[in-house]
Design a protein around this ligand. Structure first.
Ligand code: MTE
Length: 326
């Protein structure tokens, strides 16, 4: 494995032995099928272990990890360490175990990488990742990432506004939504061999959400390349929505007049909606969304409306009931 940073130790009480986990998963799958519903087995609310601290950041610098330009977000909170961000990942194409993703993704081919923009556009085009980087000049954007599982991080992405790419594709007046699709490559993504999930991972945004300046396509992180476990070749980042909207390893961007179906809302529509705006007032059916654990901290902190980006995005939803459109 290329990264020499140690995977952090977590208390054994937090680890579910694999045989127990697999049996539970089998049980949930059978139970879900018997009930005629799909119960989301793996996106469970598990309190994450705090990972790396300040001292690790120094070690990382010595180990030659990339360096971000900023060390805080605009609220004054420190960015998470490179090893936290690269060793605590939700990426079901590789594993449902967050701490195994980095190792499994180490063999994932991210070069070459192409992205196709098509559908209701005047200028459909397939782009090589390098051409996107030359054309749109990615910049550092430090964003909070709030997972629906109630943990969060502050991540210095390197990316560009999706709106730039969409404008160049010239959406037609019928285009109302943007649909994103992850690469389907089971040979390199072992999780995709699990037929329980409706692969490939898909996500979607309304056109005005996709055109918002905060919505970026990330091509890098921490001043360097985008690690495979964080979504390299290229991923979406929508900082005011729960992390599952920020789809990784995108190969297709389709403009459409239909609200796209998304992976999590297909699996459990009563738990994961299309909008998925971070909202401390609307709990997940199985846990509270009022507070969160910032990775690296012990005390919980209050979750902010729209993840702290309300000034920029609340107007997008002024006519909507956010309890119904969760
Ligand atoms: N994209 C794909 N293709 N597959 C996934 O499993 N997980 C999502 C999102 N994007 C996921 C994905 C979830 S639940 C979260 S919280 C974020 O990625 C995590 O991003 P990170 O690992 O870079 O922190």
């Amino acid at each position: 494995m290329a990264n020499s940073v140690q995977i952090p130790k977590i208390p054994s009480s937090e680890i579910t032995p694999k045989n127990v986990y697999l049996n539970r998963r089998e049980f949930l799958r059978t139970a879900g099928l018997a009930l005629g519903t799909f119960t989301l087995a793996a996106c469970v609310s598990r309190t994450p272990a705090p990972l790396k601290s300040e001292e690790n950041k120094t070690q990382e610098a010595k180990a030659g990890n990339p360096q971000a330009k900023s060390n805080k977000d605009e609220l004054g909170d420190p960015i998470n360490s490179y090893s936290d961000i690269t060793h605590f990942n939700n990426y079901y194409e590789f594993s449902t175990d967050k701490q195994q993703v980095a190792e499994l993704a180490a063999y994932f081919t991210t070069k070459p990488w192409d992205v196709e923009v098509y559908g209701m556009v005047a200028k459909p085009k397939k782009y090589a990742l390098g051409d996107l980087i030359s054309a749109y000049k990615p910049e550092e954007r430090v964003y909070r990432l709030r997972c629906v599982e109630a943990w969060s991080m502050v991540i210095p992405w390197v990316g560009f506004s999706l709106s730039k790419l969409l404008k160049d594709a010239e959406p037609t007046s019928s285009a109302k939504y943007v649909r994103f699709e992850t690469l389907n490559r089971p040979d390199e993504m072992p999780g995709q061999k699990d037929p329980w999930y409706p692969w490939p991972y898909q996500e979607g945004l309304r056109m005005d959400e996709a055109m918002h300046d905060l919505t970026i396509l990330a091509t890098g992180m921490y001043g360097g390349e985008l690690p495979a476990q964080n979504g390299g070749g290229i991923r979406l980042v929508v900082p005011w929505k729960y992390g599952f909207k920020s789809i990784k390893a995108i190969i297709k961007i389709e403009l459409t007049d239909q609200q796209p179906s998304t992976m999590w809302s297909t699996i459990a529509p009563n738990e994961y909606g299309f909008y998925a705006n971070v909202n401390p007032q609307v709990d997940h059916p199985r846990w509270s969304q009022a507070s969160e654990r910032r990775i690296g901290e012990f005390a919980r902190r209050d979750t902010l409306m729209f993840n702290g980006y309300a000034d920029q995005v609340a107007s997008l939803y002024s006519n909507m009931d956010l309890r119904k459109n969760y």
